[in-house]
Design a protein around this ligand. Sequence first.
Ligand SMILES: Cc1ncc(COP(=O)(O)O)c(C=O)c1O
Length: 408
Amino acid sequence: MKQHLLFTPGPVNVVQNVREAICKQEICHREIDFEYLLQSIENKLLTLFEIKNRADYRAVVITGSGTAANESMLSSVVAGKNILILSNGEFGERLHNISKIHNENTFLLEFNWGEELSLKKIKDFLQIQKIDIIAMVHHETSSGMLNPLEKIGKLAKSHGAIFIVDCVSSAGAEVIDLEKCNITFCSSSSSKAIGSYPGLSFVVGETQEFEKLKNLPIKSMYLNLYKFYDFIKTFSQTPNTPAVHSFYALNQALSNILNEGIQNRYANLRDKANKLRQGMLSLGLKFVINQKDMCSILTTVYTPSYIDVGVLRQKLREKSIIIYEGKGCFKNRAFQVGNIGDLSFTDIQYFLDSLKKVLDSFKPTGEILPIIELVRTLSVVGISSQIQKPTPEIEKISTNILISKATL
Ligand SMILES: Cc1ncc(COP(=O)(O)O)c(C=O)c1O
């Protein structure tokens, strides 16, 4: 039995051969062994993103988490041009915050967390404002919503804009076809659906667009995307000292995905997500977004009114299960359950049984539950999309009821 079952959107429980890969003998990264390793990773990344015209795309690997890859794209690509960020959650907001640091001409089209991106609003915006670069998150991890790559890619192309996508929590789970979706650059990281340890991220992009970065102003020393490209192209190397052993682990994790087959992996994750979702629905739980809009790796669930999300998390932790608490407008309102990494269908059943036990032990009996629901409904203030936020006083009343039930 693993020490913790990580039902999170990352980090994940890695499989045994990835755990073994990180224990390899030491090598010098300026030797041929590392160059082979990096070439092998690059090749696998191009396959992962369904690249058919191999000469037209390159992949670079950065020592740093997913944000490093995002910041390297946003600091290197825009120069003085106009960039539009599409945001419907925390990670879209982060793209915006990063872009504002580096790019004066940053525009934002903001949607509520958990709301679909409106193509009409984007089109209308593009009619009135010249935009050279569109950037967005593929899987908005804060709500679990999968944003429409192909449609936005098409829109970007028809307006002559390049398209940048944060695929940090979708690569390795969803099928992502860079060429078909007109994606110019996309980023991801090692520690989510890719199934390796945290610490590495990467950018995959069009060779001709990498080339164009050469003469643009340098806004970051470490995260200069052109430098990563130039080093891999010229020397099969990284500009600075890489976290070599994490590269071994990433290489193994990528081999695992490709050996399984991208379509098979996606189908397997879908099946796991469906099992989780059916199980949680049968416990009477409600989801924050429609199932049709969800990614295959994560489910965002409203916390029942009779239990505090922190308590739920702690009770599950006592059963070796780790879940996420909702953030931003979902804070204290929702929890998140991932289904990536080395989690089996048996683990998922164990999670569902454990969740049932915890919820049953807190569920008020008789007339208390409808009263709590009523209190919660009456306390709605500042409704933003579907999110209902109780006042602090009402939260306190609910919590008191919860505590009195828990101490019965
Ligand atoms: C969609 C998305 N983008 C970016 C990030 C940031 O990645 P990191 O924490 O690896 O820097 C995350 C992390 O959860 C994410 O889910």
